[in-house]
Design a protein around this ligand. Structure first.
Ligand code: SF4
Length: 353
């Protein structure tokens, strides 16, 4: 990798972690990169590039279309390695491979907690809601080693700054006490992403993630501790997880875990994700390639009729299984992002965690 490109590309505001309060400074400088590997089974084959970020609060371009205006992303790249991951394209901005490179070359902003604390304390900061997990997962495996989230949540708690987290990582339970402390002083929204409960599909499509059942255990545990948790049912994968029986099984499992709400989201395939997903499909489910080419013939999104059909069906199931709005007296929470986002050079793009 060329680190001068990495720094220069980030300076050109082509990534979702562009400058916020400090103006248009680069994300980090070439002098700040330390590369590490760890010889443990958990991290074998992965490379971590430790950087000292120059800014950590990131303003969302076109935020009026989003339920949040600011994000914090302590990592780039994601070892959860979902084949459909929308964020793959962001690795190309750094001259990194968007396929396996995205899964194994991880940028770690090691100074994220201290930088966030400083920026939250700035007189220019107005205390806006901060969304996390909207680009890559902040509770991916690397977080077990780098432990950036406790410092980040601690800073938000100390400034009583509202925030939300979207994750597939069970590691979030490590920070349960901190989350409860934060929820005592500000609005905290937690969402877990569970698109389906099919174990075989999970192993193939989301190979680095905790199993769907383990993620639903997170929902259950948070609920047991008074922290409401929503589920983003994403992605619903056409022809692989959209059968009525599969939708029913998934919504039933989400309901029994005690989710406060369920929001379905059909797979979309933006550039970067599309190539990697279609290569997986050709390898693992070749009989579906033609059907996908037809369904996604118009671009990144499945047709509206298909999206509406899935949404309606999931909402009916949610009503049947009794998932509804938070009851009076339920834990305080703010709405989770309906869809995670990816900032690209020209525009904000709706994306998928
Ligand atoms: S979809 Fe989410 S959890 Fe999966 S690789 Fe992408 S950022 Fe990580």
């Amino acid at each position: 990798m060329r680190w001068d490109n990495l720094a220069e590309n980030s300076r050109n505001a082509t990534d979702p972690d562009g400058a916020a309060l400090p103006g248009d400074a680069a994300l980090f400088g070439t002098d700040a990169v330390t590369t590490r590997t760890f010889d443990t089974p958990e991290f074998r084959g992965m490379t971590f590039h430790e950087v000292r970020a120059r800014s950590i609060l990131n303003r969302v371009p076109g935020a009026s279309r989003m339920p949040f205006e600011w994000t914090v992303n302590p990592y780039r790249g994601c070892t959860h390695a979902c084949v459909y991951c929308f964020a793959r394209k962001t690795h190309s901005y750094l001259d990194l491979d968007t396929g396996h490179g995205f899964d194994s070359q991880i940028i770690v902003k090691v100074n994220a907690p201290e930088l966030l604390r400083r920026q939250l304390g700035s007189r220019r900061w107005q205390g806006a809601h901060v969304a996390m997990g909207t680009n890559v997962d902040c509770y991916q495996r690397a977080e077990g080693r780098y432990r950036l989230m406790p410092g980040i949540i601690g800073a938000l708690r100390d400034h009583a700054n509202p925030f939300s987290i979207l994750t597939k990582g069970t590691l979030i339970l490590r920070d349960l006490d901190l989350l409860r402390q934060a929820a005592d002083v500000t609005e905290v929204g937690i969402s877990v992403s569970v698109g389906f409960t099919d174990g075989e599909l999970w192993r193939s499509v989301e190979p680095g993630t905790p199993a769907p059942e383990r993620r639903l255990d997170v929902v259950r545990t948070l609920a047991d501790h008074g922290i409401g948790c929503a589920v983003l049912m994403a992605p619903v994968i056409p022809f692989l997880s959209d059968h009525p029986d599969q939708l029913r099984a998934t919504v039933r499992a989400i309901a029994s875990a005690g989710a406060t709400s369920v929001t379905p989201l059909v797979l979309h395939l933006r550039p970067g994700a599309r190539e990697w997903f279609m290569a997986w499909l050709a390898r693992e489910r070749p009989h579906l390639v033609r059907r996908y080419e037809r369904l996604y013939a118009e671009g990144a999104y499945a047709p509206k009729w298909y999206q509406r059909r899935i949404t309606r069906h999931v909402h009916e199931l949610a009503a049947e299984f009794g998932i509804g709005p938070a009851r009076r007296g339920a834990p305080r929470r703010v709405p989770a992002p309906a869809e995670p986002f990816l900032a690209e050079p020209e525009a904000t793009q709706l994306t998928l965690l």
